[in-house]
Design a protein around this ligand. Structure first.
Ligand code: ADP
Ligand code: MG
Length: 258
C-alpha cells in the first residue's frame, strides 16, 4: 500500500540521520497494520532496523579502514590440516579480549602455513566487534615511518597508527631494515607498548630477530615489549599450499589408477 507521506517526515529523518526510518517507515507501517501491532511495536521495529543498519555500516567502515590485502575468515581456515596447531588459542584471540587487555599476539611459522590468513581472520573478527584495526606489512610500516620522518611528520604518523586498537604487522623478518628503519620500528613498538595491541606474523624465531634489526640490543628490546603480554603461536613448518597440492595430486593419482 502506498501511504501519503506526512509533511516534513523525510526531511526530518534525514536531518536526524535515520536512513532506515526513511527507507522503511511505510512498509513497516503496512505490516504493523496487518498484524495489528501497537504504535510502540512499530517504533521499536523501525528503531531496530536503524540500529542494525548502523552496526553493519560501522563494521563495513572498520573492514575498509583496516585495508586487509584479501578478506579471510576463521570459518575458511582448515584447522584439521594442522592438528598440532592450538585452535583454542586462536578462538580465544578471536573474542577480541586480548585487545581490551592491550595484549599482543605473535604467529610464528614457515611460509604458507596460514599466518596471513589467520592474522586477517582475527583482524576481521575484531572489526566485527566494532574495533579499529589496521593491517600492514612490517616493511610498509617502516617505509611509512621513514617517509614521515623525512617529511618531519614522524610524530603525527605515529599518532595516526596509535589510533588503531589493533595493528597487524605482517611478514616481520621477510625484509631486513636498515638502521633508520629498525630504529623507527623500535619507536613504534615503544609507542604502542601497553597502550595498543600488536599482532605480528613472522617466519623468524625470536633468536634470529637481530638479523632484521642489525642490532642484538634493539632486537631484544622489541621482542621484550612485544612478548611481555603476548600469545605466541606456532603455525607449523609445512606449507598448506604444498600439502593441499600434494593431497589433491594424491587423489588425482588414485582416480587415474582406478
Ligand atoms: P603465510 O602467511 O604463513 O605465508 P598464508 O596465510 O598466506 O601463509 O597461506 C597461504 C595460502 O594457503 C592462503 O591462500 C591461505 O588462505 C591458505 N591456507 C594456509 N593454511 C590454511 C589452512 N589451514 N586452511 C585453509 N587455508 C589455508
Ligand atoms: Mg603471509
Amino acid at each position: 500500500m502506498s501511504r501519503p507521506e506526512p509533511v516534513h517526515l523525510l526531511n526530518d529523518l534525514r536531518e536526524l540521520k535515520l536512513p532506515a526510518f526513511a527507507e522503511h517507515w511505510s512498509r513497516v507501517a503496512d505490516e504493523a497494520q496487518r498484524n495489528r501491532g501497537s504504535h510502540a511495536d512499530y517504533l521499536a521495529d523501525l528503531a531496530h532496523l536503524e540500529v542494525n543498519g548502523r552496526r553493519e555500516r560501522r563494521i563495513a567502515r572498520r573492514i575498509k579502514e583496516a585495508r586487509f590485502p584479501i578478506l579471510k575468515t576463521l570459518d575458511a581456515f582448515d584447522f584439521a590440516a594442522q592438528p598440532e596447531f592450538d585452535k583454542d588459542a586462536i578462538l580465544e584471540l578471536a573474542t577480541g579480549d586480548f585487545v581490551d587487555d592491550r595484549a599482543n599476539a605473535v604467529l610464528l611459522g614457515g611460509v604458507g602455513t596460514g599466518k596471513t590468513h589467520l592474522a586477517t581472520a582475527l583482524g576481521m573478527a575484531c572489526c566485527q566487534q566494532g574495533r579499529r584495526v589496521r593491517f600492514l606489512t612490517a616493511a610498509e610500516l617502516t617505509n611509512a615511518l621513514v617517509e614521515a620522518k623525512a617529511a618531519d611528520r614522524l610524530s603525527r604518523k605515529l599518532e595516526h597508527f596509535a589510533r588503531f586498537e589493533l595493528v597487524i604487522l605482517d611478514e616481520l623478518g621477510y625484509v631486513p631494515f636498515d638502521r633508520v628503519g629498525a630504529d623507527l620500528l623500535f619507536s613504534f613498538v615503544t609507542r604502542v607498548y601497553e597502550r595498543r595491541s600488536l599482532l605480528v606474523t613472522t617466519n623468524l624465531p625470536f633468536g634470529r630477530w637481530s638479523e632484521v634489526f642489525h642490532d642484538v640490543t634493539a632486537a631484544a628490546a622489541v621482542i621484550d615489549r612485544i612478548v611481555h603480554h603476548a600469545t605466541v603461536l606456532q603455525t607449523g613448518g609445512d606449507s598448506y599450499r604444498l600439502k593441499d597440492a600434494k593431497r589433491r595430486g594424491g587423489r588425482r593419482q588414485e582416480v587415474t589408477s582406478g
